[in-house]
Design a protein around this ligand. Structure first.
Ligand code: PEP
Ligand code: MG
Length: 884
């Protein structure tokens, strides 16, 4: 195996394409060296060596040391210095560098190679004893922290004590002798703490530092970061060993970072900061305020500290040229680190720059206009979920966050409001114009009013497909679910956070639905505004994609929002929502509690005009586009009151004894409602419900056809089918009503009758079901639930543990499980199309808005994806990327 890749002096063994092997940093250092940019010579130890290290009892692989020593010999030849000896000692930096950027998560050691002898040589060679001793003490401090496990803080304390003793305020006031004394105090501390003392042998320092950087791949910080960003543990990190250059060698030295364009606005202008006479860590530590590198930036910030452009014009000119070259070479905005050592510029790192979504849009569109990238490349430059940043208010990134709890980021955006614990309170507050956050253990369809009235929703239970999550996403309001570290104490009306904070009703909190955080108090927000760049980019995306993007919408409000975001139809209208509107719940209850079919029909006939007007409005809003209406899905008991007080209320209103109502509720009780009397099973038990809904749909279609002047493109969807005969039966009911309505109105309505594929049996028997079904809509929420046998409302209790223990990589309710659920989808698509070549296929589970799942749908050749309104732009972009 080849463990080490060298770079320097205009040559390199690797390049930008080698980031899997060399990590991002190593690959780009090699690339810069090959481009002839001034990169301090060095070597990269491959990521595989890290994996090897962990698989072999934390031992460095055989042969590695020899390769590193060869590499160091090459560095010595280039620099004319010697590692660990001589009058011109070579010092090294040892840095991590994984395939994906993991800023600050792993460890770094600088100034390696210093000991009691080389520090003297460095002092002579640089002519700056103060610099040499300061470098030595920095090295000891870092090495002790990273390699020896001694806390950085205890060294800081010694330094602070010394400064106090000498009556100094700033580090810069200490002289060489002071630093030398501090070095002796540091070494003494290490001897006391560890008995081993600080290692004087530079080779021992090097091997231990390399091992420590590998080890830092597994530190808890890095592990958490990987989990959040879905970075696999197997990747490991590379280690870059590089000749040190110094930005802290006096007033002609400096260090800094720059972006080739503005990372927050995307504006095409070099943007960066630097510090004179400093090492890289000083910039990060924020002890001194960095200065702008350009005059333009200095003027914009109103600073009177001179820019690098003014102060070091030659180095600056070279730097600007290098940045232009790098941007042109990578065809993307770069984020660059540099050091100037006594007037000589060194390039230390380049990578594609992180940027806000707004900046990403502008840079992508500008680069197309500059002829640097193609439209397709521009479309691929935007991370689809990041579009959220443009559609919702977000927390001002500059403010400090007082986090009191966190859960799953169920619906993006941020909102502030007073805590309320019931839907009724939310509605009341809304009427009074107060902004509230609805805090619940979990929500149910009865809470919809309150959810709609609230600014945001927080639940302590439930997963990404729980009721609260689905509804909030549909409404486009921020939501955090499953905040397990928080507890709702309804009796005392308090919200208890893990760290002992307790908040009463009426106290203000902020929900960040994009990160899952719950914050105390109110926080400044930034408001969304869609730019012209957004329109251009989305137009390119729309040109590129094959699949259609529809929306899951149950209300006119959802439908309008979705249409404005570019939805090309409704892929799922969950009609159950409509039974909770206004006073309808009472009639609904009447219907459910009816003892005879006749009484049930009487109640249904009261619901009919209401449903009809809902559908008419939806059809009108969506005119010209397909609309899929699903028949009632949830079990009936969901519509009945739950607590004793509620039962009493309803019984009184309905003029029946509470005991009777309670008996009926008991009779409807189910042990597993998710697997119970729901979906098409309801329509089979009570065909009159399906009849009423079908009639409302067809009559609405006739009406909307008249007002809009074009026929409705209608699709009727039957939920939870597993047997063809179930679908046959329900389709029979629908077809009969269609005939009746056509006869009565004289207007025949064309429609497709289809089914949800959301049970494994339906997927397996797709070829048979397609004999009746004219389209399939994959209900991946239920299909995931039933394929895994994991309740979608309870999975949040154990999925995070599964992720932490590496049993699953991601939550299958968020991003499709390709291997299992995905195979069922593929198989159903193939089998269904075998029976019916023109079978229309779509997905309407929550996965329809998830980019990875959308890619899967593209590959499975589905016709459309359907997602909540605010995810429509994300899906348009993701579908385009999947098609490229
Ligand atoms: C599904 O199961 O994926 C689906 C879309 O239906 P619901 O979430 O309403 O069960
Ligand atoms: Mg379902």
């Amino acid at each position: 195996a080849k463990w080490v890749y060298r770079f320097g002096d205009g040559k390199a063994e690797g390049g930008a394409g080698d980031s899997i092997r060399l990590g991002g940093k190593g690959a780009n250092l090699a690339e810069m060296a090959s481009l002839g940019l001034p990169v301090p010579p060095g070597l990269t130890i491959v990521c595989d060596a890290c994996t090897h290290y962990f698989e072999n009892a934390r031992m460095l692989p055989d042969g590695l040391k020899a390769e590193v020593l060869d590499g160091i010999a090459a560095m010595e030849a280039i620099t004319g210095r010697r590692f660990g000896a001589g009058i011109q000692p070579l010092l090294l930096s040892v840095r991590s560098g994984a395939r994906a950027s993991m800023p600050g998560m792993m460890d770094t050691v600088l100034n390696l190679g210093l000991n009691d002898h080389t520090v003297q040589a460095l002092a002579e060679d640089s002519g700056d004893a103060r610099f040499a001793w300061d470098s030595y003490r920095r090295f000891i401090q870092m090495y002790a922290d990273v390699v020896m496990g001694l806390d950085h803080e205890i060294f800081e304390e010694i330094l602070e004590d010394e400064k106090a003793r000498l009556g100094h305020e700033y580090d810069t006031e200490l002289c060489a002798a002071d630093w030398q004394h501090i070095v002796s105090l540091y070494k003494q501390l290490i001897s006391e703490e560890l008995e081993t003392g600080f290692p004087q042998d530079p080779h021992e320092q090097l091997w231990k530092a390399i091992a420590a950087v590998f080890a830092s791949w597994m530190n808890p910080r890095a592990q958490t970061f990987r989990m959040l960003h879905r970075i696999p543990e197997e990747w490991g990190t590379a280690v870059n060993v590089q000749a040190m250059v110094f930005g802290n060698l006096g007033s002609t030295s400096a260090t800094g970072v720059a972006f080739t364009r503005n990372p927050s606005t995307g504006e095409k202008a070099l943007y960066g900061e630097f510090l004179v006479n400093a090492q890289g860590e000083d910039v990060v530590a924020g002890i001194r305020t960095p200065q702008s590198i350009t005059e333009e930036g200095r003027l914009a910030s109103g600073s009177d500290k001179p820019s690098m452009e003014k102060l070091m014009p030659q180095a600056f000119a070279e730097f600007r040229t290098n940045c232009d070259r790098l941007e042109a070479h990578y065809c993307d905005m770069q984020d660059v680190e540099f050091t100037i050592e006594r007037g000589k510029l060194w390039m230390l790192q380049t990578r594609n720059a992180k940027r806000t979504t707004r900046a990403a849009m502008k840079v992508a569109v500008d680069m197309v206009e500059e002829g640097v990238i193609t439209e397709s490349q521009a479309v691929c430059r935007i991370d689809p979920p990041s579009l959220d940043q443009l559609l919702h208010p977000t927390i001002d990134p500059r403010v400090e966050r007082h986090v009191i709890g966190s859960g799953l980021p169920a619906s993006p955006g941020a909102a502030t409001g007073e805590i309320v614990f019931t839907a009724e309170e939310a509605v009341e507050a809304d009427k009074e114009g107060r902004k509230v956050i609805l805090v619940r253990i979990e929500t149910s369809p009865e809470d919809i009013h309150g959810m709609n009235a609230a600014e945001a929703i927080l639940t302590t239970r439930g997963g990404m497909t729980s009721h609260a999550a689905v509804v909030a996403r549909g409404m486009g309001i921020p939501c955090v679910v499953g905040a397990g570290s928080m507890r709702v104490d309804l009796r005392n009306e308090v919200l208890l956070a893990a760290n002992g904070v307790s908040l009463r009703r009426g106290e203000v909190i902020t929900i960040d639905g994009s990160s899952g955080q719950v914050l105390k108090g109110s926080v400044p927000m930034t408001q969304p505004a869609l730019s012209g760049d957004f329109g251009k980019l989305m137009a390119w995306a729309d040109k590129t994609r094959r699949m259609t993007v529809r929306t899951n919408a149950d209300t006119p409000q959802d439908a309008r929002a979705a249409r404005s975001f570019g939805a090309e139809g409704i892929g799922l209208c969950r009609t159950e929502h409509m039974f909770f509107e206004g006073d309808r719940i009472h009639i609904m209850r009447e219907m459910i509690l009816a003892e005879t079919e006749k009484a049930r029909r009487a109640a249904l006939s009261k619901l009919l005009p209401m449903q009809r007007s809902d559908f008419t409005e939806l059809f009108e809003i969506m005119h010209g586009l397909p609309v899929t209406i699903r028949l009632l899905d949830p079990p009936l008991h969901e519509f009945l009151p739950k607590t004793e007080a509620e039962i009493d209320d309803v019984a009184r209103a309905m003029g029946m004894p509470p005991a009777f109502l309670a008996r009926r509720i008991d009779a409807l009780h189910e042990f597993n409602p998710m697997l119970g009397h729901r979906g098409c099973r309801l329509a089979i038990s009570y065909p009159e419900i399906a009849e009423m809904q079908a009639r409302a749909i067809f009559e609405a279609a006739v009406e909307a056809g008249k007002t809009t002047g074009e026929p409705v493109e209608l699709e009727i969807l039957v939920p939870l089918v597993s047997l063809r005969k179930e679908l046959d039966y329900v389709k029979g009911v629908i077809d009969a009503v269609a005939k009746d309505v056509a006869r009565e109105t004289g207007v025949p309505i064309a429609y497709l009758a289809g089914t949800m594929i959301e049970l494994p049996r339906a997927a397996l028997r797709a070829h048979v079901i397609a004999e009746t079904a004219e389209f399939f809509s994959f209900g991946t929420n239920d299909l995931t639930q039933t394929t895994f046998g994991m309740s979608r409302d309870d999975a949040a209790a154990f999925i995070p543990t599964y992720q932490r223990k590496g049993i699953i990589e991601h939550d299958p309710f968020i991003s499709l499980d390709f291997d299992g659920v995905g195979e069922l989808i593929q198989l159903a698509a193939e089998r269904g199309r075998k029976t019916r070549a023109d079978l229309k296929l779509g997905i309407c589970g929550e996965h329809g808005g998830d980019p990875a799942s959308i890619r899967f749908c593209e590959n499975a050749d589905l016709d459309y994806v359907s997602c909540s309104p605010f995810r429509v732009p994300i899906a348009r972009l993701a579908a385009a990327q999947a098609a490229i």
